[in-house]
Design a protein around this ligand. Structure first.
Ligand code: PDD
Length: 292
């Protein structure tokens, strides 16, 4: 038996490591009642957290924008994350971390006093497989109906859930939100990219309209290092349909080529050459992170 004991799914809830099915929060937790909280999803590759520092930086920003206190120091949180990975024996997978403003009698205004709640879960997922990832997925486009602070990684994801369900009902993998100007913001749980006809890589600039994905940032860094031309600029549905290539990025989808948008083929319905290169570079990045 390892130092972590027999295998069973373990969650962390406000100071305790509990069997997953016994882990619960209070009914008056503001996360439960108001979606008053933030979260992060971090990939685990060969037991190591991928881009941990960038995720922690974004978590800090989300918390400070909503004036939610850290439940513990960043140093302690990094220890708890490693405990959760170890206790669940995750080699490849994800860790989910959620912080809410805590428990207080229901009242919209912030409570005078509350202690932030912290929960963590982890689960195994198949490791990054560039061959598997190179299979294209379908996306549909839907109207943007979310609030105007999408830069905050808030747990308030109802519009995202409705959008993803619409995608599933349509037999697609993802839905791209389209704003009132006809420009694509992002997917329900991923960032949107195209490669324009002249080979320029494009993804929307990171402002309040989108979540600044960590995978997005990594891919931009890779493009910079590899001398691939890119521009951070919004593009329309028409631009996307006329693009040479399209793809999505996220912690759980990595880099995924898009085969069809609203049923129209992109790049002949097959992954294009630039996304294939980016997939290889991203696989290298995951391996480098695991070796840290
Ligand atoms: N979602 N945009 C939205 C709306 C997202 O929810 C996500 C991630 C992204 C990509 O961010 P990142 O590259 O940091 O994962 C963009 C996570 C994976 C989720 O909700 O499960």
């Amino acid at each position: 038996m390892s130092e972590f004991g027999p295998l069973s799914r373990i969650a962390y809830v406000n100071g305790s490591y509990l069997p997953h099915n016994a882990a619960a929060v209070h009914i008056e937790d503001r996360g439960y009642q108001f979606s008053d909280g933030v979260y992060e999803v971090i990939a685990i590759h060969r037991g190591s957290l991928v881009d941990e520092a960038a995720h922690m930086e974004r978590l800090e920003r989300s918390l400070s924008e909503l004036e939610i206190d850290w439940p513990m120091s960043a140093r302690c949180l990094s220890i708890v994350m490693r405990q959760v990975i170890g206790r669940n024996r995750i080699n490849d997978g994800i860790i989910y971390l959620q912080i809410s403003r805590g428990v207080a009698p229901r009242n919209h205004a912030f409570p005078a006093y509350s202690e932030s709640s912290l929960i963590l879960t982890a689960r195994s997922m198949p490791p990054f497989d560039a061959a598997q990832a190179s299979k294209g997925v379908d996306v549909i486009t839907i109207p943007e109906i979310r609030w105007k602070r999408r830069d905050i990684k808030s747990i308030s994801l109802l519009a995202n859930c409705l959008g993803k369900e619409q995608a599933v009902q349509a037999g697609a993998y993802e839905a791209w939100f389209v704003d009132d100007d006809g420009l694509i913001t992002e997917g329900t749980s991923s960032n949107a990219w195209i490669v324009a006809a002249d080979g320029t890589l494009m993804t929307r600039h990171a402002d309040n309209a989108i979540l600044n994905g960590i995978t997005r940032k990594t891919v931009l860094k890779i493009a910079d290092e590899q001398g691939i031309d890119f521009v951070e600029k919004a593009f329309s549905v028409e631009d996307a349909k006329a693009a040479a290539e399209a793809f999505i990025t996220s912690t759980t989808s990595f880099v995924k080529p898009v085969a069809r948008i609203d049923g129209d083929k992109v790049s002949g319905g097959k992954p294009g050459p630039l996304v294939a290169r980016l997939l290889d570079y991203y696989a290298e990045h995951m391996n480098d992170q695991a070796a840290v």
